[in-house]
Structure formats: structure tokens, C-alpha cells
Ligand binder design. Structure first.
Ligand code: ATP
Length: 304
């Protein structure tokens, strides 16, 4: 029997001063998923998740979290949906232990915060005041506070922004760990590598709408330049020959190197072109496009 999605957003709309920030977003997050929301600045990602959290009231559309309306059933929603705090929401002088105890007291059946603090590497910091924590330690505390209520799902908005590469990787492991413990994760991120590595499915939001919704591999496959071929030619190639290649999505030259994106058909045609013009391709590489490439392709009209 199909299970009901943990988070359901249907035709969500929200305007600020008459300007639509979210303009008909629909998505459903299934139990146990890590679901990513990706999009350019100002695309409407935070507004969408704030409606899911019940922090904003939609103009129209429907939002449900385990069947609950986050606005009219706010308290009940808070018990099933853990939300990451903003930095301004914690007092500078509160210690890690006090924050964990305080937030545990808000929930009817909280987790024991001690093993949670241990799992998040916060045990040595229990008596440290919030203001004295490093950026990575603050993020860990925010994750702990989002999880301490023992929620079924958690919303994490730009969790790793500002972290160094090691702290970011540690945080990714934590998110995988959270999911392994049965918690559904809704993740807003700007980092393609993060989305590609962590998310089961991603909604690309652009100008308040869902531009694409698929697995990371599916998003790459559906972008125009899914295959990338690059090489350094032994002699210059004719621009017209390159631009006439079938299914060509992009062509770029840099430091004597040619990089083309397209499909397998493009690759075969390049190889034929090289043979015909007797040009040798040095350091020829054929790779799949990255999520970065797919993202730029899926949102390119916004930048145009
Ligand atoms: N409280 C507000 N009052 C007025 N306009 C707002 C408010 N919050 C957001 N907006 C506007 O709504 C649009 C969507 O903002 P939102 O924060 O949802 O985007 P985002 O995708 O999360 O962006 P970012 O990646 O930059 O965080 C933006 O144009 C923003 O300026």
C-alpha cells in the first residue's frame, strides 16, 4: 500500500507586496527521503519551507505535514517537524547544555539529548556558551535542537553555508545518519555537490515555480548538455564545423582546449570531424555533466 507523503505542498502561492515569491509550487516528500530544494537567489526556496514550517501563511494552495495544516495546527506540526533555528534565536550566553535541556522541555516525548550531543560531537562543549562556539559547532547545535523533539521530519535551510570543507563533509555524514535513523529530511541548499551527494530527489525552484523535479541523475540526463567532451586539438578547428555538430548544447574554448556539451551523438560527430580534418585530439575526455551544469541549464532563462 503506498504510504502518504510526509510533506505535501500543492499549488502553493505567496506574494510579498503584490510580487509573487512562490507562484504555484507543488511537491511531495516521501517518508525516509532526503529531498533537496535547489534554486538561484530569491527563487522562493525559503518562503516555501517557511510555509511548510507554518512560519508564513500561504495566500493560496495547500500544505500538509503528516496530514497536519502547519498554520491551523501549528503546535501539532511542531511536534512532528523539526526546524533549524536562525542564529538570532539563541541567546549568546546560553550554554550548549542549557539549550539542549530547554528545547527538550518543549516536546512531549523528546530524545535523550546526551547521546544526541555525543553523536554530534558536542559533548566536550556542553558548558560552552553559544557565542563562543565556532560556526561548525553552532550548526551542530542547531541540528541537535532540530532533532531533540524526536521529529518525523526535519527542515534544514542552508545548513552548510559558511562551513569549511571538512565541517561540511562531517555535516553531510550527519544528515545521512539522521536519515538512517528514520527521519525524513527537507534540505534547502546552494551547493550542487551537496545536493548531488545527499538528495534522493531534488526540486529545482526558479522564479517561484518548480523548474524540474527528479533524482540528481535524472536532472543531469534531462539537461540539454548531459555529456561533456573536451580535448586539445593539434590544429585549430573551424567554428562553423563545431557549431554544426548535432545536439550541441554549448561550446567553449580556453587555453587551447575545446569543451563541448551535448549528447552521445555530439561525441560521435566530433570524433568523425576530427578524423575527417586529420586533427589529433590530445587529452580527450568524455564525462557526464555535473549537477552544476544541469542546474545552469535548467535555470538559464533567469540569468538571461
Ligand atoms: N518578508 C519579505 N518581505 C518582502 N519580500 C520578501 C520577504 N521574504 C522574501 N521576499 C522576497 O521574495 C522572494 C523569494 O525569497 P526567498 O527568501 O523565498 O528566496 P530564496 O530562494 O530562499 O533565496 P536565497 O537563495 O537568496 O535565500 C525574493 O524576491 C525576496 O526578496
Amino acid at each position: 500500500m503506498p504510504t502518504r507523503p510526509v510533506i505535501e505542498v500543492t499549488e502553493l502561492r505567496k506574494s510579498y507586496a503584490g510580487r509573487p515569491a512562490v507562484d504555484g509550487v507543488s511537491l511531495a516528500v516521501e517518508e525516509g527521503e532526503i529531498f533537496g530544494i535547489l534554486g538561484p537567489n530569491g527563487a522562493g526556496k525559503t518562503t516555501t519551507v517557511e510555509c511548510v514550517e507554518g512560519l508564513r501563511v500561504p495566500d493560496s494552495g495547500r500544505v500538509r505535514v503528516t496530514g497536519l495544516d502547519p498554520v491551523t495546527e501549528h503546535e501539532a506540526t511542531r511536534r512532528v517537524l523539526g526546524a533549524q533555528l536562525q542564529e538570532s534565536e539563541l541567546q549568546a550566553k546560553i550554554t550548549v547544555r542549557e539549550a539542549l535541556e530547554l528545547y527538550s522541555s518543549f516536546y512531549p516525548s523528546p530524545l535523550d539529548w546526551r547521546p544526541l550531543a555525543e553523536r554530534l560531537g558536542l559533548t566536550a562543549k556542553l558548558t560552552t556558551r553559544f557565542a563562543k562556539l565556532s560556526g561548525g559547532q553552532k550548526q551542530r547545535l542547531f541540528i541537535a535542537l532540530a532533532l531533540v523533539g524526536n521529529p518525523r521530519a526535519v527542515v534544514l535551510d542552508e545548513l552548510t553555508t559558511g562551513l569549511d570543507p571538512r565541517a561540511r563533509r562531517d555535516t553531510w555524514e550527519l544528515i545521512e545518519d539522521i536519515r538512517a535513523n528514520g527521519v525524513t529530511v527537507l534540505l534547502v541548499t546552494h551547493f550542487m555537490e551537496e545536493a548531488q551527494r545527499l538528495c534522493d530527489r531534488i526540486a529545482v525552484i526558479d522564479k517561484g515555480r518548480v523548474a524540474a523535479l527528479d533524482t540528481p541523475a535524472g536532472l543531469i540526463r534531462r539537461s540539454a548538455g548531459a555529456t561533456v567532451i573536451s580535448f586539445t586539438p593539434s590544429a585549430p578547428l573551424d567554428d562553423r564545423d563545431l557549431n554544426a555538430l548535432p545536439a550541441l548544447a554549448s561550446v567553449a574554448y580556453k587555453d587551447g582546449r575545446v569543451t563541448l556539451s551535448g549528447t552521445d551523438e555530439t561525441v560521435n560527430a566530433v570524433i568523425t570531424l576530427l578524423a575527417r580534418t586529420r586533427v589529433t585530439a590530445h587529452q580527450l575526455r568524455v564525462t557526464d555533466a555535473t549537477l552544476d551544469d544541469a542546474f545552469l541549464d535548467l535555470t538559464k532563462e533567469a540569468a538571461a
